[in-house]
Unconditional design. Structure first.
Length: 184
């Protein structure tokens, strides 16, 4: 991934066709980011993306992500999660839920079986809270990934790296005979 980053925005008053022309017009300096900073930025991007992807995957695979509820008289009688996991409020002797599918297919099959066995209305959104929950949003709260299980970001933060990038920029400006601009 390539980056062009700056805390300052520069507007050219005349047409600019290259970064080289912009550098000349604004009496700036273009410099190559030191290799170790390029590697650290790449590592940071890679680790942050891995963490985001792991979080997305954990949330999508979490069995607590509700697919549908069967509701009767304002009470949740049964619930099916997107993973296919099913929950019933009462023991139903003889109810034998399928094991032949996985994920959404399993959820669809189990919901169909529960609709035949459990009286009530099926809802697919605006879920009701389960007993012991104070609000329906409590259902979703457990779909967050445990932060301690996500990949770690060992690279320094972008703010820390910015100071080193600014120092490299200032050194390149001095080498080019351009006095560094004071910020603030």
């Amino acid at each position: 991934m390539s980056r062009i980053e700056s805390s300052n925005s520069f507007r050219g008053r005349e047409p600019v066709t290259s970064i080289g022309q912009l550098v000349e017009q604004k009496q700036m300096v273009a410099f190559k980011l030191p290799e170790h900073l390029q590697a650290e930025l790449a590592l940071h991007d890679q680790q942050v993306e891995a963490r985001l992807e792991a979080n997305r995957a954990a949330a999508a695979a979490n069995p607590d992500k509700v697919f549908a509820q069967i509701v009767k008289n304002g009470q949740v009688m049964a619930m099916v999660y997107e993973s296919g996991t099913a929950f019933t409020q009462q023991n139903m002797p003889g109810l034998n839920l399928t094991e032949d599918f996985a994920g959404q297919s399993l959820a669809d099959q189990r919901l169909a079986q529960l609709k035949r066995a459990v009286p009530g209305t099926v809802i697919y959104d605006n879920f009701l809270p389960l007993p012991g929950q104070t609000r329906a949003s409590d259902i979703k709260s457990s779909s967050r990934a445990d932060q301690s299980l996500l990949p770690k970001v060992t690279a320094r933060g972008l703010g820390d790296m910015t100071e080193e990038i600014a120092a490299a920029r200032d050194a390149a400006m001095l080498a080019a005979g351009i006095p560094p601009k004071k910020v603030g």
